[in-house]
Design a protein around this ligand. Sequence first.
Ligand code: 5GP
Length: 115
Amino acid sequence: MNYDKNNVFYKIIHKEIPADIVLEGDHYIAIKDINPRTPVHILLIPKGNYVDYEDFASNATPEEIVNFHRGIGRIVEMMNLRSGGFKLLSNAGPFVYQYIEGQQVMHMHLHILGG
Ligand code: 5GP
């Protein structure tokens, strides 16, 4: 699937629309989900134009991949998620099953769920 810049996370990354930003690194931005499903619900989003996790893992540079994943630990620390535990989730494409939702925003992101 080709990347389409007309998506909300592209606009947030490029500061065209506001978001509650909790952390920003060279290659990622972390924001609070607008519709949190858990007490802490953060979206970790790479700044590069990748459709989903598989696209990111296959095509991002090693620096982007490492920098992005180091962001997880920083969020876990900031949001105090280590002791209580947390979940990482990334939707790709339309697959839905029972309570499992499909991907709504076609820019790669990782849900960090906890609290
Ligand atoms: P997906 O289903 O694509 O994995 O998840 C997209 C997530 O983005 C959803 O949890 C949804 O609540 C969140 N979201 C959609 N639009 C916005 C927005 O404009 N701002 C923020 N902060 N989150 C959004």
